[in-house]
Design a protein around this ligand. Structure first.
Ligand code: ADP
Ligand code: ZN
Ligand code: ZN
Length: 738
């Protein structure tokens, strides 16, 4: 009898499959592509995914090893997801085994059974009696019981905390016999047809037109760019499309950017439908993630909402994909498998032949280009829903004005006026910490990271100097390390300093700082949002965390400090980013009845980009930017791949990239590849980071196909290069930052 060989994708950076012999005691037909297999690998054991079986192998008979165990009776990934992962690995020039690792929930990678675990569920006992004398002195228990009563399906034990129910309250309620416990599998949840839990808003004309256009073609692949100004009611359009998909018995995949706000957006979906919603975002733990993934795969979840990796969730009845805030760069993974979830979602939608909706107030230039060329259908929402008007832009030239912790006098006046009118103010400053650098007033020494080509930011709250690039932290020196004098001064302003100053200027107004430092504690963001939600006058000062998705109905003044960064960067996408950020931040203003104003405080207030953006809006800016990209042959008018290398010495990274350059040049000649240019190698924008020297080689092509004809053989060559052993390297296809 001939041997059976297993071709397995292992979590290894090597872009190849590994052959093992199928052990004789396992039936041949058990080896279906997509099952997990445990195999010996060097001195370790690894878990891989079976890609195919074969009756022959090139591995010599005395070298081939037996697989150790088969972990699944059913393929973990259905055929369509296997294909998507294979496509992803090829397109992004990444090892297939490692691609699977990124695509699968952690517990499955570790060999956990692909079965839903039994869940302990708490239910309020019926008939509900909230006036029970047992509860009169126990407000927390009463509240817990109310919350439980609102969930007729019960609340899972692990989820209690999420609903602010303490284990003590539950224990007390159980003693009083007011709650009961059930054990069941998530899969058992009675399959009721999903339904509306909340009335819908009647769509306005523009929303209705967008809805109709998408709904009319809901049986086939088509990509829609829903370009609607902030607050135009895009989410309402998504929700009504979801309703239709659910009514047709379909599952819907909703991707959201990686953000801290999660709950606000999520709530709108969970409140609207009586449906089983699986959440796959950064706040769910490994177990919840696995359960959600399994529920999605088995068809037991109706709506799947998650951040970029949720894109890889297998779905039995996929009917619609929605990408909210499609321009958000968090859809692009910046490590390991450098995929773009938006682009892969398009691939997936096409393969599944379902519609996909990309929504944004500030679509990325790639998507706009696709809309112009007819690949996407463009649907515009030009007005705010619910009657609010668009904010007005004011450019405030501060070239000749002194700045007081980053805030000019005219701006202070506007802030005061707004607060006096009983409204809220949002101040945007995209820089954490107290000051971007500490300087010696005597000798000019500046706080510099020893490991990076970057300054150390001064954080006053902790009295520390911190590197925002490598994470290095040190105590603030008392004396200058160079000249020992004590006159060290913070230069420039970050959010901490602006907060301090604003609090002094407006002592009777709450000043709330919202950045990664102030919201890292669990629940901190919620507390801040509650204060803001109260509607009382307050000032929010924060970083781009403020730009994403929030609704602050009482904010009527948005101030953007220091918008100049994006006007100078070497990255050709910097101005697009800056425009998106400004428009998104501005979009937080005046979302309710009161009109909003946006003040852009800048040293470059008459820079053409700022003028155009503030006077003509994002689309005018984007058209201009697109024509510049066309003129300079930059994406979306060309295709890029960035080969990055880093090493302990600059020469090592250079040597590797020089070798890569020659190999690429040879391949271009040998394979007669057309229209490809090699640019570099050059030092990366921040050459040294975390103690390593970084350099890069940019590959630019005028067709995707030609680019990939080069990349595939190039990457396999690079794997075997001697100089690759002394450098770390990565290939970034369609890089989003250069
Ligand atoms: P976007 O997603 O485009 O930012 P939202 O869907 O969040 O916009 O809508 C902005 C606000 O307008 C929300 O408060 C929403 O409830 C309201 N809204 C949306 N559609 C309508 C409508 N058709 N009629 C009245 N209010 C609406
Ligand atoms: Zn000094
Ligand atoms: Zn550093």
């Amino acid at each position: 009898m001939s041997e059976l060989y297993l071709r397995i994708a292992l979590p290894s950076p090597l872009r190849r499959l590994f052959d093992y012999r199928a052990p004789a005691h396992i039936a041949a037909n058990a080896w279906q592509p997509g099952v997990r297999v445990r195999v010996p690998f060097g001195r370790r054991e690894l878990i891989g995914i079976l890609v195919e079986t074969a009756t022959a192998t090139t591995v010599p008979a005395n070298k081939i090893k037996d697989a150790l165990a088969l972990l699944d009776t059913q393929p973990l990934l259905p055929a369509n997801m296997m294909r998507l992962c294979i496509w992803t690995a090829q397109y992004y020039q990444h090892s297939l085994g490692d691609t699977f690792s990124w695509a699968l929930p952690t517990l499955l990678r570790q060999g956990e059974p692909a079965e839903a675990r039994q869940q302990k569920i708490w239910l309020a006992k019926l008939p509900l009696n909230l006036d029970d004398p047992l509860l009169t002195r126990a407000p927390k228990q009463l509240q817990a019981l109310k919350v439980l009563a609102q969930h007729s399906q019960g609340i899972a034990h692990e989820r209690l905390e999420h609903f602010a129910i303490s284990k003590d309250s539950i224990a007390a309620l159980l003693k009083k016999d007011l709650v009961s416990q059930q054990v069941r599998q998530l899969q058992d949840l009675a399959h009721k047809k999903p339904s509306l839990a909340q009335p819908e808003l009647p769509l306005n004309d523009e929303q209705q037109a967008a809805f109709n256009a998408i709904h009319a073609n809901n049986q086939e692949y088509k990509a829609y760019l829903l370009a609607g100004v902030t607050g135009s009611g895009k989410t309402e359009v998504y929700l009504q499309l979801i309703r239709e998909a659910l009514a047709a018995g379909k599952q819907v995949l909703v991707l959201i950017p990686e953000i801290n706000l999660g709950p606000q957006t999520l709530e709108r979906f969970t409140k609207r439908f009586n449906a089983r919603i699986a959440l796959l975002h950064s706040n769910v733990n490994d177990r919840e993630r696995l359960e959600a993934w399994l529920a999605a795969r088995s068809g037991h979840a109706d709506i799947i909402i998650g951040t970029r990796s949720a894109l890889f969730t297998p779905l039995q009845r996929l009917g619609l994909i929605i990408i909210d805030e499609e321009h958000d760069t968090s859809y692009k993974q910046q490590e390991g498998l450098r995929y773009h979830a938006r682009d892969l979602a398009l691939v997936r939608a096409r393969a599944a032949n379902v519609p996909i909706v990309l929504g944004s107030a500030t679509p990325c230039l790639e998507s706009l280009h696709n809309a112009h060329s007819g690949r996407f259908a463009l649907l515009r929402l030009t007005r705010r829903a619910g009657g609010a008007s668009q904010p007005k832009f004011i450019r405030l030239d501060v070239r000749s004005l002194p700045l007081d912790s980053g805030i000019s006098a005219p701006l202070q006046k506007e802030i005061r006026k707004t607060l006096e009118a009983g409204q809220q103010v949002l101040v945007f400053l995209n820089r954490r910490g107290f000051a971007p650098v500490l300087m010696c007033n005597d000798c000019g020494w500046m706080s510099q990271c020893a490991e990076c080509d970057a300054r150390l930011t001064f954080h006053q709250r902790y009295n520390e100097l911190r590197c925002h690039h490598c994470g290095h932290i040190e105590a603030r020196p008392h004396n200058c390390p160079e000249c020992s004098k004590v006159d060290l001064r913070p230069i420039g302003a970050g959010t901490e300093r602006a907060e301090e100053r604003l609090q002094i200027l407006f002592p009777d107004t709450p000043v709330l700082r919202i950045d990664r430092d102030s919201t890292s504690r669990k629940g901190a963001m919620d507390t801040l949002l509650t204060t803001i939600g109260s509607g009382e006058p307050c000032i929010m000062i924060g970083t781009q965390m403020l730009a994403k998705g929030h609704h602050f109905p009482r904010v009527t003044l948005v101030a953007i400090l220091n918008a100049d960064g994006g006007l100078f960067s070497a990255d050709f996408r910097a101005s697009e980013r800056m425009a998106q950020l400004i428009v998104q931040v501005a979009g937080r203003a005046g979302r309710a009845g009161d009109p909003g104003r946006v003040i852009i405080q800048s040293q470059l207030a008459d820079h053409p980009l700022l003028v155009q953006l503030s006077e003509q809006g994002y689309f005018a800016f984007a058209e201009q930017a697109l024509s510049e990209r066309r003129a300079t042959s930059l994406p979306p008018f060309s295709y890029l791949a960035l080969l990055r290398a880093d090493a302990l010495k600059a020469e090592l990274a250079d040597n590797f990239l020089e070798d890569a350059y020659s190999i690429a040049e040879q391949l271009v000649t040998q394979l007669a590849i057309q229209g490809v240019e090699l640019l570099g190698p050059i030092a990366s924008p921040m050459e040294r980071r975390a103690g390593r020297y970084r350099a890069q080689l940019l590959i630019q092509a005028n067709s995707r196909a030609q680019l990939h004809r080069l990349l595939t053989p190039l990457c396999s060559n690079l794997e075997n290069l001697a100089s690759a052993r002394q450098s770390r390297w990565s290939m970034d296809v369609d890089p989003v930052d250069l």
